[in-house]
Design a protein around this ligand. Structure first.
Ligand SMILES: Cc1ncc(COP(=O)(O)O)c(C=O)c1O
Length: 340
């Protein structure tokens, strides 16, 4: 509602959010409020920068190794799915990418329980929620003392409290839990901004964006605005702890049914199940297809699983209502009852 109004006239200015200059007072207020809410909700200490960058989370896959590695130094990766595989590939362009552990043998149905770190990793990278495979870390991995921890939190950012202090960098494309595509939230410790390589194109240095409050060039103003609205919504829900409880309860309804179903089963191991992406199969591709068609007819769209996993995936991000999960379970029950 607020966004609809602000598209036409932001804050009573008679000029819409899409038309305001990013240098103008009206947008600067939006920017400041968005950063302040982000800091408040995420409990982000003062020695961290909050940046709004472009190029998606995918650009962080290269920007991080490019900033912190040399061809002789190593970064360690928890390889827990397709996105971490991609991050590893980009790392190899700039330094040594060491796979500290991988869940590949189980088709990424489980988060490994231990890692085999290299001698002196500069940083350790993990993907907190694996969007495609429906797995999620329960807590941050422990890392060697001299390394800093990097988290790709693209698909579970702000779905639960996050201990920022344990991390050097947290990044997330906004499009799952924070707002529209086109803006990437980067939370980075200030000493790392200073430490990062200086011989890089200006736009690819964190310091450029930190020094210029994410406005070295024209930032994705609408994305930042919507992020601010989403932060306010999260605050109104009671903040991240309240949202975490709600998400656990919401996903729990679907997993509970999956545990008792004779037809459907969850693909992720119980200790690694995601509260954002619930992946499940019938074990029969034809039945999967029939179920997806039936669910689509019932108004439940987008359930087809990623092609690398098959089956179904229910993406139930922060904004997805519990009533939607209840409806999905109802349609699954009906389908199960009709399937002999
Ligand atoms: C965990 C994870 N990392 C990275 C990405 C890539 O993000 P982007 O499309 O913003 O580059 C995605 C996209 O779905 C994702 O789920």
């Amino acid at each position: 509602m607020q966004a609809r109004e602000d598209l036409l006239s932001l804050d009573g200015t008679g000029i819409g959010i899409l038309e305001h200059s990013h240098r103008g007072k009206a947008f600067l207020k939006v920017y400041e409020q968005t950063v302040a809410l982000c800091r408040e909700l995420g409990n982000i200490p003062d020695d961290y920068e909050v940046l709004f960058l472009q190029g998606g989370a995918s650009s962080q896959f290269f920007m991080i190794p490019m900033s912190f590695l040399t061809p002789e130094t190593t970064a360690d990766y928890w390889v827990t799915g397709a996105w971490s595989e991609k991050a590893v590939e980009e790392c190899k362009r700039f330094g040594i990418a060491h796979t500290a552990c991988t869940g590949k043998e189980s088709n990424y149905s489980q988060i490994p329980t231990a890692a085999n770190y290299s001698d002196k990793p500069v940083y350790v990278h993990y993907t907190s929620n694996n969007t495609i495979f429906g797995t999620q870390f329960r807590s941050e991995p422990e890392i060697p003392a001299d390394a800093f921890l990097v988290c790709d939190a693209s698909s579970d950012i702000f779905s639960r409290p996050i201990d920022v202090k344990k991390h050097g960098i947290i990044y997330a494309g906004a499009q799952k839990n924070l707002g529209p595509s086109g803006v990437t939230l980067v939370i980075i410790r200030k000493d790392l901004v200073e430490r990062a390589a200086k011989d890089l194109p200006t736009m690819l240095q964190y310091r450029t964006h930190a020094k210029n409050e994410s406005m070295y060039n024209t930032p994705p103003t609408f994305g930042i605005y919507i992020m601010g609205q989403v932060f306010q919504w999260i605050k109104d829900q009671g903040g991240l702890a309240a949202l975490a409880k709600h998400n656990e309860e919401k996903a729990g309804r679907l997993y509970k049914y999956l545990e008792t179903s004779r037809l459907f089963r969850a693909t992720a191991s119980p200790d690694s199940r995601s509260q954002m992406n619930v992946t499940f199969v019938t074990g029969n591709e034809d039945l999967d297809k029939k179920f997806i068609a039936k669910a689509t007819q019932a108004g439940l769209d987008g359930l087809k699983g990623h092609r690398s996993v098959g089956g179904m995936r229910a993406s139930i991000y922060n904004a997805f209502p519990t009533a939607g999960v209840d409806r999905l379970v109802e349609v699954m029950r009906e389908f199960e009852a009709a399937t002999k």
